[in-house]
Design a protein around this ligand. Structure first.
Ligand code: BDP
Length: 682
């Protein structure tokens, strides 16, 4: 098994009574009409059933009084008012399994849901399911470049073969679309947020249009990331000032050109005045001026402008934590209704554990979308096993208290707290040209989990993991349970050896090798010491009133959870407090002892992961088994490297021995530094 089929495996069901029961209920697929999306639903059911049941199930145009089949039905009244436009209902009707939706996309999602029932061994003869997505724009953001590289991509090259397009449509585009539709994703940005203006050229618009045509039958709309200075570099204008009439006219014409080539074009994604990218502030204008100018160009069409809130200026005395809130909250209420502001889950940058961004709950008049990072930039690339659903859920389930208790981030995002007219969840994609799409076989689960949560954020990490394992790896119940458990623990294990108790960003330029000692860079907030603030007294970033006071950006109830170092939960402690090395923590250990405990237990736990994986050997495909085993061995070696780097470095401040039963690392701090310096050699 090379992993290419992802979770859409459709292997023959070996349990004979189960297979026969399914076959009884799925003797034909009836489809009236022939819209491309409905056809995709019928094709997928046929493909899936052929594989699962071991025989071809015919597609017919009508059930014609027959029973024992699957009927696909689009009708405006389907599901009543409880179901939205993309929702589906699966029910038994006149002896058939009826999959209905208000739109053909709803039926497509229902078809995948029915297949999932069978893939996970659930009964289908008494089905009664209604499901609607809680979020309207469910998107992947690809950080893919014109030259085929992928920013922070660890699974080969870009999926998009720009040099072959628009003429050649790689068959992978369709399989990519199938995978996404199966989890309800309905949008995709083709290119990096650090964008090239080439994507706005006539040549590339044709290429993007060809990709859009391949994805359209699966209900997926295409979006493009914008290079703010394109009117200058591509259009030959003297300025990109959003208030300049020529600039406005240029964008209006450009958007028109996009819609001529792609009638269902989704919209524009913008990273502006962030990490050196140009933007409206270059002309003394605001983010809202910029976004609204693009929104005006989009006015005749049904697309949107997605404006990222990932901004932080070089400010030697500032706290990067506060930057996005400080820049965006004053603009609340000034954005055009076509604009969605896309906010990273945490205030810094996709760290292994962050508190939720204080923007959530503080922009009642501006639809805020969620941006998660699926690709494991800070979670061990494609070598470490980290199941991300618990990270996503931790943020989604956090309470902002914006409208009193229960105003979770998820409810901000899905529009229920502030009544947002548009709702969005985006994930930075982890799929590339690797045969198995994601490099690490287990990283497929992160793509899967993102989609499932964008559809329904109330699903639990465990439910999603269990579904994925059953569809992808094994039906053997004990093994499935073991793998699910392993996945559920994997993120905390990573945090323990990487950034425990609220540490963050101990990275080098490659964002991987440990370098907590790194203290030189053009900007203070691009060093590691800026984030952990280790000194002879202690460790951590004081964000209380006596420090940067970033905590003031949260509601009092949230603040109360975090502002007292005596009661602040340990996972967040060093995010908000500078804590003395010998301070007794709620765990009963001193800070130094607690840190050592985390680093050592985290690294040791990777051995446990190896053992657990070893125990499922006979239940999973040998190729996948060997691949994951090898990556776990790398993870084990690197976990110890992380542990040693941190422990030795922090020990130079704490000036204490490593407490028993743990043993002082065998190498010295200099040894570790040398191993890291090799990463930086050219
Ligand atoms: C950072 C990445 C960088 C991205 C940036 C962003 O290191 O490659 O361009 O996020 O989201 O985490 O814009």
């Amino acid at each position: 098994d090379d992993g290419y089929r992802l979770w859409l495996k459709y292997d023959l069901i070996t349990n004979v009574p189960k297979r026969q029961a399914y076959a009884q209920a799925a003797q034909f697929i009836a489809m009236t009409g022939n819209s491309p999306i409905l056809k995709s639903a019928a094709d997928e059911l046929q493909l899936g059933l052929t594989g699962l049941l071991g025989k071809t199930v015919p597609v017919v145009t009508s059930a014609a009084g027959r029973k024992g089949g699957i009927v696909l039905a689009v009708s405006a009244g389907a599901g009543g008012s409880a179901m939205n436009n993309e929702g589906y209902q699966i029910a038994i009707n006149a002896g058939n399994i009826m999959i209905s939706g208000k739109t053909d996309a709803g039926v497509l999602y229902g078809a995948f849901a029915l297949l999932r029932q069978m893939q996970t061994g659930q009964p289908i003869d008494r089905l009664s399911v209604t499901s609607s997505p809680r979020v309207q724009y469910r998107m992947l953001n690809h950080w893919d470049n014109v030259d085929g590289t992928v920013e922070r991509g660890y699974a080969g090259q870009s999926l998009w073969k720009w040099y072959e397009l628009p003429e050649r449509i790689d068959p992978r585009y369709r399989d990519y679309a199938r995978a996404n539709a199966s989890i309800g994703i309905n949008g995709m940005t083709v290119n990096n947020v650090n964008a090239s203006a080439r994507f706005m050229s006539a040549e590339y618009i044709q290429k993007v249009a060809a990709v859009a045509s391949a994805l359209r039958p699966y209900g997926i709309r295409v979006y493009v990331s914008v290079y703010w200075a394109a009117p200058k570099t591509l259009g030959g204008l003297k300025t990109s000032d959003p208030l300049d009439p020529q600039v406005r006219a240029w964008w209006t014409a450009k958007v028109k050109e996009l819609y001529q080539a792609i009638p269902d074009f989704g919209g524009l994604l913008v990273k502006a005045n962030s990490e050196g990218e140009p933007g409206p502030q270059d002309y003394g204008r605001t983010h809202a001026d910029g976004a609204n100018m693009l929104a005006e160009a989009m006015k005749p069409y049904d697309g949107v402008v997605i404006w990222r809130a990932f901004v932080y200026k070089a400010d030697p005395n500032g706290d990067r934590f506060k930057a996005a809130y400080d820049e965006f909250t004053p603009l609340d209420g000034t954005f055009d209704k076509k604009v969605i502001v896309q906010v990273k889950n945490g205030p810094i940058d996709f760290q292994p554990r962050e508190p939720f961004s204080p923007l959530f709950g503080n922009m009642p008049k501006t639809p805020l979308g969620m941006e998660f990072q699926i690709t494991q930039e800070y979670l061990g690339f494609a070598t470490h096993m980290v199941y991300e659903a618990p990270l996503f859920k931790e943020c989604l389930d956090a309470d902002t208290y914006a409208n009193g208790k229960g105003s979770t981030v998820a409810k901000v995002i899905d529009g229920s707290v502030h009544g947002y007219a548009r709702t969005l969840m985006a994930g930075v994609a982890n799929a590339g040209s690797a045969r198995n799409w994601t490099g690490h076989p287990m990283a497929q689960a992160n793509w899967y989990a993102f989609g499932r949560l964008a559809w329904d954020h109330t699903l639990s990490s465990e439910t999603i993991a269990n579904e994925w394992v059953n569809m992808t790896l094994t039906h053997e119940p004990q093994a499935a349970k073991r793998i699910t458990n392993l996945m559920l623990k994997s993120r905390d294990i990573y945090v323990d050896y990487n950034t425990p108790i609220g540490l963050s960003r101990p990275w080098t330029g490659v964002h991987f090798a440990p370098e907590p000692w790194q203290n030189r860079s053009p900007r203070p907030d691009w060093t590691a010491v800026y984030y952990h603030k280790a000194d002879s007294l202690g460790l951590g970033f004081n964000r209380t009133e006596t420090g940067s006071n970033a905590l003031a950006q949260y509601r009092p109830e949230v603040r109360a959870q975090w502002e007292n170092p005596e009661t602040c939960p340990l996972p967040y402690l060093l995010w908000f407090h500078h804590v003395a090395w010998n301070k007794k923590l709620t765990s009963g250990r001193t800070l130094w002892a607690e840190l050592c405990t985390r680093f050592y237990t985290g690294a040791d736990s990777v051995r446990w992961m190896q053992n657990e994986w070893g125990a499922v050997k006979s239940a999973v495909d040998p190729g996948i088994y060997a691949d994951v085993s090898a990556r776990l061995a790398t993870q084990q070696r690197e976990a110890i490297w992380w542990r040693d780097a941190w422990v030795l470095y922090l020990q130079s401040f704490a000036k204490q021995p490593v407490p028993a039963p743990f043993k002082q690392p065998e190498r010295t701090l200099d040894d570790v530094k040398q191993s890291v310096n090799l990463y930086l050699l050219r």
